[in-house]
Design a protein around this ligand. Sequence first.
Ligand SMILES: [Zn+2]
Length: 258
Amino acid sequence: MALVTTNAIVLKSMRWGEADRILTFFSLRLGKVRGIARGARRMKSRFGGMLEPFSSVNLTLFDKRNDGLASVSQVDSLESFISLRENLDHIWAASCMVALVDGVTADRDSSPTIFHTLLEGLRSLARTDDPGLLTVIFQIQVLGQSGFQPQIDQCASCGRDVAAQSSRFSPSAGGRLCRPCDQGNWDYCLPMSQGSTAFLRQARRIPFALAARLKATGQVRREVEDIVETYARTVVGKRLPEKELLAAEPEPVPYGLV
Ligand SMILES: [Zn+2]
């Protein structure tokens, strides 16, 4: 039983019963943690609008239950990122970011690196005029930080050097394949040119403040988007958000789950 205060970002916010919300946060001190905010949907709730997805908050949790669900005691808004909820491209991009962090992290496994990447990713998203490309760069970095670095210099199957070849990317193997391994391979693969390989190499380490300098157009852009999205979906093991669904999907009301 403990009271914990930490900076956190709201990954998911779900209606609960008549007046409550269940939140999934990615926090600096605890990593991914779920909490219930009692009365959060009442008109005069002390939480106000601070528990919307993508919000950056200072959070106090009371960890009193043994089912992993903490009780949200206090929230102070740090950055609301309200502009990220104003158009579909930004909603989709921010949803991809939080869904990837949710998908690649385990409960209560803190990672200050991923926390700061998410915070900087959302800040940069609020400024960029190319949310799609920024999302790809974010995905490449978080995949690397969570142990799923796409393998692009050696064959993901046999380890042979493939740095100087055009080849195909295997989402299930997590990287490029050399020609002999690709010929004996039946899994779904995507074409990966030298230009796309160079983009991935640069995107792994570029600070978001400089991300606008990293360009991807034409074939490289299509390849990189396909490779990173397919690989991220493979790693997470389920489909990440899609624009069309985000626009239409009502919020689920999961009565009776506790
Ligand atoms: Zn090989």
